[in-house]
Ligand binder design. Structure first.
Ligand code: GLP
Length: 222
């Protein structure tokens, strides 16, 4: 991500448009980027960001909102102007893909994956042609994300605003990160599975510039 931003050499008139995920997978990446920023190796002054998703039903000020996550792990530590930060919401989701298009499209989408193969909150069964919209979360996702809500399944929001599969596919480059044994089946599907809306990550096989960055445990089903 740092390499691509520097290679692109963004300017005020031609900013680097970056799609960003939340979750535990990108935490270390954000920590590394903050270190790079602090040592003067990267600047976000001419970077425009679009986050993938956000819960519905908790305020943005909630400590577990993706808004809070992004400020805590990245935005509050770097020089990105607040008006260049975008997160999807109930207010803007109908316009979100247009907003991305108005900025010239996403240059690089960094992306995590759920153990059931969802990208952003494109749960199994999501259309591969989908754009930004509201999705009901599956029970598997609610259970998986309860760890962020003191293990309380009832505290996890039941729906979210999410970019669509097509929104991700429209980016000029996609990097997917997956760590740990729990992601091994999703990684297998992403690499060897048939393209299907059951494992939405498989849609990335159609992307001409798709890279996966995984640890060894996540490759165990390959
Ligand atoms: C959530 C997010 C996804 C993320 C996934 C995996 O459901 N909506 O964008 O990729 O979790 O998260 P983690 O990296 O914490 O395993």
């Amino acid at each position: 991500m740092y390499y691509r931003i520097n290679e692109f050499r963004p300017t005020k008139d031609r900013p680097f448009v970056l799609g960003l995920p939340t979750g535990s997978s990108p935490e270390q990446i954000y920590a590394n980027i903050v270190d790079m920023y602090r040592s003067g190796k990267v600047s976000f002054k001419n970077v425009v960001t679009f986050n993938m998703d956000e819960y519905v039903g908790i305020p943005t000020s909630h400590p577990q909102s993706y808004h809070s996550f992004m400020f805590k792990h990245l935005f509050q530590h770097v020089d990105i102007p607040p008006n260049q930060i975008h997160l999807p919401s109930l207010e803007n989701y109908g316009e979100y893909d247009n907003m991305i298009a108005k900025h010239g499209g996403i240059e690089l989408f960094l992306c995590g994956v759920g153990s059931d193969g969802h990208i952003a909150f494109n749960e199994p069964g999501s259309s591969l042609a989908s754009k930004t919209r509201v999705k009901t979360l599956t029970n598997d996702t609610i259970v998986a994300n309860a760890r962020f809500f003191n293990g309380d399944i009832n505290a996890v929001p039941k729906s979210a605003v999410t970019v669509g599969v097509k929104t991700v596919l429209d980016a000029r480059e996609v990097i997917l990160i997956a760590d740990g044994r729990a992601k091994a089946e999703a990684v297998r599907q992403a690499v060897e599975g048939s393209i299907s809306h059951v494992w939405t990550v498989t849609a990335l096989q159609m992307h001409p510039k798709f890279i996966m960055a995984v640890d060894e445990a996540a490759t165990e089903e390959l």
